[in-house]
Design a protein around this ligand. Structure first.
Ligand code: IMP
Length: 501
C-alpha cells in the first residue's frame, strides 16, 4: 500500500509568527541577516556567506549579469541561467567578475554618421541619453565625441542631421586615463562639473564611462558581497547533461558557486553530476542541488555531496507541475520536513548544509516565515522579475507597466534539461507558463522595503540573527477564518473612491 504522510500539506500563507520578548537592544539597526550559502563543518566558516538571505532564480527571465551585479551589491547572489549556450553563460559570468563598480561599459554607441532620428530611436530603446560617438560605433572604438540630449533640439533640426554636426567633439571633452581610480574620477567630475567622464586607453579607445549620478550609489553598498580580489560573487546554473564541458567553462569565467537546476533532484542524475564535479574539480568547487520536498530527498543529496539543497516542487508562481503531473508538496510543510533532516544531519556528522526555500514566495512576510521555519536563504523568481534589472521587456498594457516573466519549463524557455529524465532532448509537455508581472521599480528600493519588514519582525520575535530567529521563533497554523481577519476587513478603503462629493 502507498505511504501516506500524516499531515496535510501547508503553505506559508497558513502560518503566523507569535511575537517573543524583545529587549531594548532588539532594534532593526542591530539585526544581521548574514547567512551561509554553502556547507561547512562545525567550528569552521563557510566558503561563501551572503549578507542577505536572497538568491535570484536560475531563469532566463530573472538572472543575467545585470541582475547578478545589482543583487551582489545588496548582499545576495544570482545564479545565471543555464538554459543558454555554454559560451553565452560563461560570458555573463565573466561580465560580473570583470565589472568594476562605478565603471560603466557604454551601451549606447553611435558613429559620427548616425542621424538624429536613429539617435532618438536608440534613446527610446535603452533609456539612456548619453551616447559615445566612436569611429566604428562599438563600445570600445576610438572615441570621437559624445552626444547628450543637450546637444540637439528636435524642433530645430531635421531628422537626418548627423551626429558629427552637433556632438561635443573629443577635443572639447574632459577625459581621463583608463587606469583612473573611482575617487580620482569622481574628483574630476566635481571639479569640471561633468555629468560623465569618459576613460580612454592610450589609443583614444573608450574603456569606461563614470557617471556623476552613480557617485552616491558607489558609496552606499555596505552589504555588497565580493571575493578576495574585490569582484562580485556570482553563481551559475548547470544541468545533469553537459556538465563535463559547462562546469570548466563557468569556473574559468570565475563562477563562485554552481547549482544544478532541476525540477526534481532526488535522482541518480544529480548524484552522478555532483560526484563527477567534486572528483574532477575538487571539493572546493561548490555545487548546490535539488529540488527535494522531504527528508529522504535531503539525505540523498547530502550524501551525494551537495553543498546546499533547494526545497520546493510545484510552488513556483509560473509552475504548473502540480497540475500537469500531480507531484509536489505545500512549500511550508516541505521546508519544515527538510529542515528537520538538515538539523539531524548536522547533529550526526557536524556538517551544516544550508537549505534554500525555492519558489512560491508571494508576500514579503512569506520570506520571514521561511526563515523562521529554518531556511538559510530563499530563491526567488517572480520577486526579482518585476525589477528594472531583470532581463525581460517592460511593456505598457491598458496604462499599467508590466514585465514579462516565463517559466523554464514553458515552451518559450524550452529548458528541457531541467526536466531531464533521460530520453529525448525535447520538452514533451509544458510545466511552466508565460506571463506578465507588475513592474515594481529598482531592485535596491524593493529589497530595502522587504528587508526592513524582515528585520522588524525579527525584532518582534526577539532575534538579532537568523540562527537565533529560527531557534526562538514560535509559529502557529491559522484557520481559514483567521486568514480573512488578517487583512483589512469590514471597512471601505478610501482608494476605492476618486473624490469626495
Ligand atoms: P517563484 O519565485 O514563485 O516565481 O518561483 C521561482 C522558482 O520556480 C524557480 O526558482 C524554479 O525552482 C521554479 N521554476 C522555474 N521555472 C519553472 C517552470 O517552468 N515550471 C515549474 N517551476 C519552475
Amino acid at each position: 500500500m502507498a505511504f501516506y504522510f500524516s499531515e496535510a500539506s501547508h503553505t506559508f500563507g497558513e502560518y503566523l509568527l507569535v511575537p517573543g520578548y524583545s529587549s531594548a537592544d532588539c532594534v532593526p539597526a542591530n539585526v544581521s541577516l548574514a547567512t551561509p550559502l554553502v556547507k561547512f563543518k562545525k567550528g569552521e566558516k563557510p566558503k561563501i556567506t551572503m549578507n542577505i538571505p536572497m538568491t535570484s532564480a536560475i531563469m532566463q527571465a530573472v538572472s543575467d549579469d545585470k541582475m547578478a551585479i545589482a543583487l551582489a551589491k545588496e548582499g545576495g547572489v544570482s545564479f545565471i541561467y543555464g538554459s543558454q549556450s555554454i559560451a553565452e553563460e560563461a560570458a555573463m559570468v565573466a561580465r560580473v567578475k570583470t565589472y568594476k563598480s562605478g565603471f560603466v561599459n557604454s551601451d549606447s554607441n553611435i558613429k559620427p554618421t548616425t542621424t538624429l532620428a536613429e539617435i532618438l530611436a536608440l534613446k527610446d530603446s535603452t533609456g539612456h541619453s548619453t551616447m559615445a560617438v566612436t569611429e566604428d560605433g562599438t563600445p570600445t572604438g576610438k572615441l570621437l565625441g559624445i552626444v547628450t540630449s543637450r546637444d540637439y533640439r528636435v524642433t530645430r533640426m531635421t531628422e537626418d542631421t548627423k551626429a558629427e554636426v552637433f556632438m561635443t567633439p573629443f577635443s572639447k571633452l574632459v577625459h581621463a586615463d583608463a587606469h583612473t581610480t573611482l575617487p580620482e574620477a569622481n574628483d574630476l567630475i566635481w571639479k569640471h562639473k561633468l555629468n560623465m567622464l569618459p576613460l580612454i586607453d592610450k589609443n583614444q579607445r573608450l574603456r569606461y564611462m563614470v557617471f556623476r549620478k552613480d557617485y552616491t550609489d558607489n558609496k552606499e553598498n555596505e552589504l555588497e558581497i565580493i571575493d578576495d580580489k574585490k569582484r562580485y560573487i556570482v553563481g551559475a546554473g548547470i544541468n545533469t547533461r553537459d556538465y563535463a564541458e559547462r562546469v570548466p567553462a563557468l569556473l574559468r569565467a570565475g563562477a563562485d558557486v554552481l547549482c544544478i537546476d532541476s525540477s526534481e533532484g532526488f535522482s541518480e542524475w544529480q548524484r552522478t553530476t555532483l560526484q563527477y564535479i567534486h572528483e574532477t574539480f575538487g571539493e572546493d568547487v561548490k555545487v548546490g542541488a535539488g529540488n527535494v520536498v522531504d527528508r529522504a530527498g535531503f539525505r540523498f543529496l547530502a550524501e551525494a555531496g551537495a553543498d546546499f539543497i533547494k526545497v520546493g516542487i510545484g510552488g513556483g508562481s509560473i509552475c504548473i507541475t502540480r497540475e500537469t503531473k500531480g507531484i509536489g508538496r505545500g512549500q511550508a510543510t516541505a521546508l519544515i520536513d527538510v529542515i528537520k533532516a538538515r538539523d539531524e544531519y548536522y547533529e550526526e556528522t557536524g556538517v551544516y548544509i544550508p537549505v534554500c526555500s525555492d519558489g512560491g514566495i508571494v508576500h514579503d512576510f512569506h520570506m520571514t516565515l521561511a526563515l523562521a521555519m529554518g531556511a538559510d536563504f530563499m530563491m526567488l523568481g517572480r520577486y526579482f522579475s518585476r525589477f528594472d534589472e531583470s532581463p525581460t521587456d517592460k511593456v505598457r498594457i491598458n496604462g499599467t507597466y508590466l514585465k514579462e516573466y516565463w517559466g523554464e519549463g514553458s515552451n518559450r524557455a524550452r529548458n528541457w534539461q531541467r526536466y531531464d529524465l533521460g530520453g529525448d532532448k525535447k520538452l514533451s509537455f509544458e510545466e511552466g507558463v508565460d506571463s506578465y508581472v507588475p513592474y515594481a521599480g529598482s531592485l535596491k528600493d524593493n529589497i530595502n522595503i522587504t528587508l526592513s519588514k524582515l528585520r522588524s519582525t525579527m525584532c518582534n520575535c526577539g532575534a538579532l540573527t537568523l540562527p537565533n530567529f529560527r531557534r526562538d521563533a514560535k509559529l502557529t497554523l491559522v484557520s481559514s477564518t483567521s486568514i480573512v481577519e488578517g487583512g483589512s476587513h469590514d471597512v471601505i478603503l478610501k482608494d476605492k473612491f476618486s473624490s469626495r462629493d
